[in-house]
Ligand binder design. Structure first.
Ligand SMILES: Cc1ncc(COP(=O)(O)O)c(C=O)c1O
Length: 385
């Protein structure tokens, strides 16, 4: 029997091309504010089909700036799904605004438009749909509610590169889209992010305020080192080495996405015989997923012990993850600050407690989806016993 290697949940797919691209940057003199980040922005905007893309140090920076440049602050409310990475809600907190959490749909994990409608009011200044695990939210409904309330729509596309809705890519479905290039995402720049928008003014504002609020960027200054600052800004730039990695990754993205979709389908077909497990559909209505992972949803009654199943999988070298470990309002910072109680967001809590994210990334080798499925079926069999 050949020795089997571990299958991590995700692995950055970096090779000699990325190493050479970084070496080129390091051999030059311009490490920030340079042509590589600009080229990456142009290539990413083209990929997404957006008029503009602005590179950033992270997706969190993009979520923050999207609200910040729109003057969202104290006294304003922003609607956020209870089931997301804490970054989405933290961005609201950074601005001094109030996150208004709403529960998610049971068949997608996406923000529930009915709950959004119920939560929207006079103080609502933005809605932040998060495309959960890569499946776009019901954007027609969300955009309609946003329009009624003159609210900004900030898509959290951290897991949704290349996901589509009505044939259009995530990142073009609201006012602004925020992407993540953290190591195990669809593509990586080590750490990094990008915002996309069809609104030139919004993109300009984000570009300016990601760099201190300088009135003139490096290449625009008549006298080197001389500039003025007329607005508050952060230091949220992506450097040239990160952008160089991003450009190479973008060139490989078609192959990565093809592998993800194939691995997802193979794994899904293998697991279809397990009656008590639900796998969220990678398509719903106009939405098509970017297959970030396959989330196996255990029964709501808690009849299968998730911890035991995860332990068995990990014991057989299969990496797993959980998206996300608690509803955000049940994270301690939020319970202490706002007094949320367990049970207020039952669907988000169910996903937090009863889903297991299985790997489908391009790091999987032929036969790996079958190996993951076999280990999963054995673990379920043991959990049933
Ligand atoms: C939905 C979502 N939004 C935002 C983020 C934060 O991304 P970043 O680490 O690039 O700031 C993550 C990270 O995993 C995420 O899953």
């Amino acid at each position: 029997m050949t020795e089997q290697t571990n299958i991590p949940f995700g692995r950055p797919m970096l090779g000699q091309e990325e190493i050479e691209a970084v070496t080129n940057v390091l051999s030059g003199t311009q490490l920030v504010h340079g042509p590589v980040a600009k080229a990456f922005e142009e290539a990413f905007a083209k990929r997404v089909g957006a008029a503009r893309a602005v590179s950033l140090s992270s997706c969190t920076a993009g979520l923050h700036l999207s609200l910040f440049v729109n003057d969202i602050g104290a006294g304003d409310e922003v609607i956020v799904p209870a089931m997301t990475h804490v970054a989405t809600a933290h961005a609201v907190e950074f601005c001094g605004a109030t996150p208004v959490f709403v529960d998610v749909e049971p068949d997608t994990g996406n923000i529930d438009p009915v709950a959004v409608e119920a939560a929207a009011g006079e103080r609502t200044k933005a809605i932040m749909p998060v495309h959960y695990l890569g499946l776009p939210c019901d954007m027609d409904a969300i955009n309609e509610i946003a329009k009624k309330h003159h609210a900004l729509v900030v898509e959290d596309c951290a897991l949704a590169v290349d996901a589509t809705y009505d044939g259009r890519k995530a990142g073009t479905l609201g006012d602004v889209g925020c992407f993540s290039f953290y190591p195990v995402k669809h593509m990586t720049t080590l750490e990094g992010g990008m915002v996309t928008s069809n609104n030139e003014d919004l993109a300009d504002a984000i570009a300016k305020r990601k760099a201190f609020g300088y009135d003139r960027m490096l290449g625009e200054r008549k006298v080197p080192g001389v500039y003025d600052v007329d607005e508050l800004g952060y230091n949220y730039r992506m450097n040239e080495a990160q952008a160089a990695v991003g450009l190479v990754q973008l060139a490989k993205l078609d192959a990565f996405q093809k592998a993800r979709a194939e691995n997802f389908e193979t794994l899904r077909a293998e697991l279809s015989e397990l009656d008590e497990i639900t796998v969220f559909e990678p398509r719903k209505g106009k939405a098509v997923s970017s297959h970030y992972c396959l989330n196996a949803v255990l029964p709501r009654d808690g009849s299968l012990d998730r911890a035991e199943i995860i332990e068995k999988l990990n014991g057989r070298g299969i990496g797993t993850s959980v998206h996300y470990p608690r509803p955000v309002p049940e994270m301690r910072y939020y319970t202490e600050r706002y007094g949320f109680k367990a049970g207020q967001f039952p669907l988000a809590a169910w996903l937090a407690e009863q889903t297991i994210s299985l790997p489908v990334g391009p790091h999987l080798k032929p036969g790996d989806p079958e190996r993951i499925a076999s280990a999963f079926k054995d673990a379920i069999g043991d959990a049933r016993a």
